[in-house]
Write a new protein. Structure first.
Length: 154
């Protein structure tokens, strides 16, 4: 079992940050570290925070490896698409010549960028492009609601 030794000043700092950090995942990590600093067992921390025991261990390893800065680092949502480099040209092409089907969109994307995407992926890209384009583009596509409450193109 991992152990960490925190000074009273560190505990006070973590205690404040665990409530005021804007990220819920960081709040949970800080809470776990705070409780460990108060000598709670891993199992008790997992029960209190309603997280897996492995998460408690991972949070403590994070703290040991890089301190509070490592714990406060959130890497979620940082993925980028290869198509991001071509966003402007794709938007312009789709604005001037809107595709009438997913297959046509696949072909245009591949021709313009050299990147081939599956119909499912192109539907997602086309949906994003719709958010940036005026209504002249959207009338060519039919939006349907999915079970998750979001819209997709057909």
């Amino acid at each position: 079992m991992l152990t960490i030794q925190l000074t009273e000043a560190e505990l006070q700092k973590i205690n404040i940050e665990r409530f005021y950090n804007p990220s819920p995942i960081v709040q949970k990590r800080l809470h776990a570290i705070y409780l460990k600093g108060k000598q709670y067992s891993h199992e008790t921390i997992a029960d209190i925070l309603e997280i897996h025991l492995n998460s408690v261990t991972n949070y403590l390893k994070m703290y040991q490896a890089g301190g509070l800065e490592q714990v406060k680092r959130v890497n979620y949502g940082t993925n980028t698409s290869q198509l991001d480099l071509h966003r402007v040209s794709l938007e312009e092409e789709f604005r001037q010549h809107p595709p009438v089907s997913t297959n046509e969109a696949i072909q245009k994307i591949e021709t313009l960028t050299g990147i081939r995407r599956s119909p499912t992926r192109v539907t997602g890209v086309a949906s994003l492009i719709l958010n940036f384009l005026h209504d002249g583009f959207s009338h060519r596509f039919f939006l349907r609601e999915t079970g998750s409450g979001s819209s997709v193109l057909q």
